[in-house]
Design a protein around this ligand. Structure first.
Ligand code: NDP
Length: 481
């Protein structure tokens, strides 16, 4: 059985404790590799290596840093098929999705930030002819990047790439549930001859490895994506140490459908925004609100299309949904389906585990539920699985009340052909991103992040590069007056 290793100071190493944790293939419900059960000693070694690597890395010419990062891009693209298969086995997602979305986006993250850092400009101000003030941006030093299991390599690189591009050195931890592609990335970094210590990947559990990264005094910033409860803990731990924080947290996203929408396009995209990656994308729309004149037609057509989705072996072509990432998460989702029924909801389709091809894995049918009030627990708490609720509405004010009733504010989708209404509703939705007549279209130059309990800070674009720098104002007197 394969033992995954940490990547510290340019080398693959076993954890100091010598202990490993089982890593499961969720579509077979079986252990297929082991990951290091790292602790604060491994994190300390990684931080030391990152500290030593910082001076040369941060003073590299931006063209040289670009070249180093582009070598990694080329290797990710060369190994696209192998990485996609590894991601599918580790996470349970359909391999086709990993090939189309996750792995190309990991390469795009490195490419985007490698390029962007060459164009980062600093402001200067002429102070009435008496002085010139300019802003000097300098990389922070050693930073920590912690990512979740749902889009393993995509989100891991979304944090690492801007940090490296800004000139920081990194100690990173992928989720213990999906470590494989981060491990393969560490091998690619060795092949790309990334200088030792620039990127360090320490595997292990959140409470042990993750918290050791957050608490380490020499880690200057934490870029974290994960659940709101973990984000709260990180904020409490990091605030007294004045660390910079970027927190991308949970969501409970509304999908608002007006009767004048482009129906076919809405239906097709709503299937994707509900069930892509088994609904395990923080940006999936899990609360679908439909204007009453369209509700019955939508209900019939949507349920029919959901029934036609194939939940299948993630490694087979043609599976629309794969396995749920872990047994614990599988049980959590099923408990929410039970809760929805206890709260008075009716399951229109799905709602049960499926035994796919006798594989014994953790599969759940795509599930549509109706008849629930907007303020019940099912409609307020993040489920993060293939479960959506549908509900009619009569007016804009009413649906905005439903949409904004949750503690979260990550993403939202609005379907209407009425331009004025689209802009008006977009302005009133409490969410970091509003997609109008589309979903998951991303321009990496735009700032990305949630409002309310969905997080703080913005990732993406130049914002992400600036996050990993310290801003210094330099004031030069140019006249004696
Ligand atoms: P978790 O918060 O459980 O874990 C996220 C990461 O944090 C994992 O690497 C985890 O390690 C680690 N971690 C856990 N506890 C600690 C700790 N005390 N200190 C430091 N690190 C810790 O989230 P999930 O992995 O379950 O991911 C799902 C969540 O992520 C959902 O809420 C989803 O909405 C959110 N998410 C948000 C996105 C956004 O852009 N806003 C995008 C994608 C997901 P380990 O797994 O090893 O325990």
């Amino acid at each position: 059985m394969l033992d995954i290793e940490n990547y510290v100071d340019g080398k693959l190493t076993a954890p100091v404790s010598g202990h490993f944790i089982d890593n499961f293939d969720p579509s077979r419900a079986e252990v297929y590799s082991r990951i290091p059960d790292s602790d604060e000693r491994d994190v300390a070694l990684a931080v030391d290596a990152a500290r030593r690597a910082f001076p040369p890395w941060s003073s590299l010419a931006s063209e040289d840093r670009f070249e180093q990062m582009m070598r990694i891009v080329r290797l990710i693209e060369r190994d696209l098929d192998d990485l996609a298969l590894a991601e599918s086995i580790d996470n349970g997602k359909p391999v086709g999705l990993a090939k189309r979305v996750d792995i190309p986006r990991a390469a795009a993250n490195f490419r985007f930030f490698a390029t962007a850092q060459m164009h980062l400009a600093n402001e200067s101000h002429d102070t009435s002819g008496r002085a010139i003030n300019y802003t000097l941006r300098q990389p922070l030093g050693v930073v920590g990047c912690i990512s979740p299991w749902n889009l393993p390599l995509y989100l891991f690189t979304w944090k690492i790439a801007p940090a490296l591009a800004a000139g920081c050195t990194v100690v990173a931890k992928p989720s213990e549930v999906t470590p494989m592609t981060a491990y393969l990335l560490s091998k690619l970094c060795i092949e790309a001859e990334l200088p030792p210590g620039v990127l360090n990947i320490v595997h292990g559990t959140g409470p042990k490895t993750g918290s050791a990264i957050v608490s380490h005094p020499d880690v200057k910033a934490i870029s974290f994506t994960g659940g709101t409860a973990t984000g709260e803990w990180i904020a409490r731990e990091a605030a007294p140490k004045f660390k910079k924080l970027s927190l991308e947290l949970g969501g409970k996203n509304p999908n608002i459908i007006f009767a004048d929408c482009d129906y076919e396009s809405m239906l097709e995209t709503t299937l994707l925004s509900s069930f892509s990656n088994q609904g395990e994308i923080c940006l999936c729309g899990s609360r679908i609100f439909v204007e009453r004149p369209l509700y019955d037609q939508f209900r019939t057509d949507f349920v029919e299309r959901v029934k036609a989705l194939k939940t299948g072996d993630p490694r087979a072509d043609g599976s629309d949904l794969g396995a749920i990432v872990s047994k614990a998460h599988f049980e959590k989702i099923l408990s929410y389906i039970d809760l929805a029924q206890a709260e008075g909801g009716t399951v229109l389709t799905g709602g049960r585990p499926v035994n796919v091809d006798g594989l014994n894995g953790w599969f759940i049918e795509p599930t549509v539920i109706e008849g629930l009030p907007f303020d019940c627990r099912t409609n307020q708490e993040e489920i993060f699985g293939p479960v959506v609720t549908i509900q009619p509405f009569d007016s804009e004010d009413e649906v905005l009340g439903y949409a904004n009733s949750v503690r979260y504010g990550l993403a939202s989708t609005v379907w209407t052909e009425n331009l004025t209404r689209a802009h008006r509703v977009a302005a009133r939705i409490e969410a970091g991103i509003v997609w109008i007549n589309c979903w998951l279209l991303r321009d990496l130059r735009t700032p990305f992040g949630g409002v309310k309990d969905s997080g703080m800070g913005r990732e993406g674009g130049f914002e992400a590069l600036r996050f990993f720098t310290e801003e210094k104002n330099v004031c030069v007197r140019v006249s004696s007056q």
